[in-house]
Write a protein that binds this ligand. Structure first.
Ligand SMILES: *Cc1c(COP(=O)(O)O)cnc(C)c1O
Length: 241
C-alpha cells in the first residue's frame, strides 16, 4: 500500500514552496517572463513521496536508476494508475546500453542521451510508442573531463545530427550538470555558448535542463527551461545504497 504520512506531506509542501519562491525570484532577477519547469528529482525516496508531490501539484519528476524507476512505475500502475500519465517522468541518470530500451518504456523524456551507441536502442524503443520518445543530449561541461556522463562538446553536433534523423526520437534540447570544483556560473556560461551554436542547427530543440538544488539561480540566469531539484525538496539522500 502506498501511504502518505501527514507529517512528511507537510514537510514536502514547505520545502516545495521554498524552492518555488527561489525560482520565482531568480526568474525575476534574470528579467525573464516565464518560469522554468521544475522537475523534482525523487531518486532514493519512496514512491509515497512521489505521490505526495504529485498531489501538491508537481508536474514533472526525475529518476536516475532503472531498477528504482521500474519499481515505482509498477506500484503506480497497481495503486495509482491516475498518476501514470502525469506527472511527466524524466530519466536523468547514466544510461546503460542494456537498460536503454526498458528505461525508454518507463518515461516520457530521456535527458541523458550521451553517446551514439544509445541512438539506435532508444530509437527502436521510441518506434514502439504512440509518439516519438523525447530526448535531451547530456553535455559534459567538465574541463579535462574523464568522460563520465555527457557527450564532449566537440562531439555534440554529430550526435545531434544522428538523433535528428531517428524517426522514433524527438530531439528536444540539452541537459548538463555543473561540474564540482568550479563556479557553476562559469560552467553554465560554456553551456549557454554551446547551446547557441546547437540551436543554429536545431532551432526547435529549445529545452535546456540545467540547475539543481545548489545552483538553480545560476541556471535560470543563463536561460534554463528545466531545473532538476532533489535534496532541497526531499532532504539529503543516503550516499549510496
Ligand atoms: C540527483 C540529481 C539531481 C538533483 O540534485 P540535487 O542536488 O539533489 O538537487 C539533478 N540532476 C541529476 C543529473 C541528478 O543525478
Amino acid at each position: 500500500m502506498i501511504e502518505v504520512d501527514d507529517e512528511r506531506r507537510a514537510e514536502l509542501a514547505t520545502r516545495l514552496e521554498q524552492v518555488r519562491e527561489r525560482i520565482t525570484s531568480a526568474t525575476r532577477d534574470a528579467g525573464r517572463d516565464e518560469e522554468p519547469t521544475l522537475v523534482v528529482v525523487t531518486k532514493f525516496f519512496p514512491v509515497s513521496d512521489l505521490v505526495a508531490l504529485a498531489e501538491l501539484g508537481v508536474t514533472d519528476v526525475g529518476e536516475s536508476r532503472e531498477q528504482e524507476l521500474h519499481e515505482k512505475v509498477d506500484s503506480l500502475r497497481e495503486e495509482r494508475p491516475d498518476l501514470l500519465k502525469a506527472p511527466t517522468r524524466h530519466f536523468i541518470g547514466q544510461l546503460q546500453s542494456k537498460k536503454a530500451k526498458r528505461v525508454a518504456s518507463l518515461v516520457d523524456v530521456v535527458q541523458s542521451l550521451d553517446r551514439p551507441k544509445l541512438v539506435p536502442l532508444l530509437d527502436a524503443a521510441g518506434a514502439e510508442r504512440d509518439t516519438p520518445l523525447e530526448v535531451l543530449l547530456q553535455v559534459d561541461l567538465e574541463e579535462n573531463s574523464q568522460g563520465r556522463g555527457g557527450v564532449a562538446p566537440a562531439e555534440l553536433a554529430a550526435l545531434a545530427d544522428e538523433v535528428a534523423q531517428a524517426s522514433g526520437l524527438t530531439l528536444s534540447g540539452l541537459m548538463a550538470v555543473a561540474p564540482r570544483g568550479e563556479e557553476p556560473e562559469r560552467a553554465f556560461e560554456r553551456l549557454a555558448a554551446l547551446r547557441e551554436s546547437f540551436l543554429a542547427d536545431h532551432p526547435a530543440a529549445r529545452v535546456l535542463s540545467a540547475g539543481m538544488s545548489g545552483d538553480l539561480e545560476a541556471a535560470v540566469k543563463i536561460g534554463a527551461t528545466h531545473l532538476r531539484v532533489g535534496s532541497a525538496i526531499l532532504g539529503s539522500r543516503p550516499a549510496a545504497r
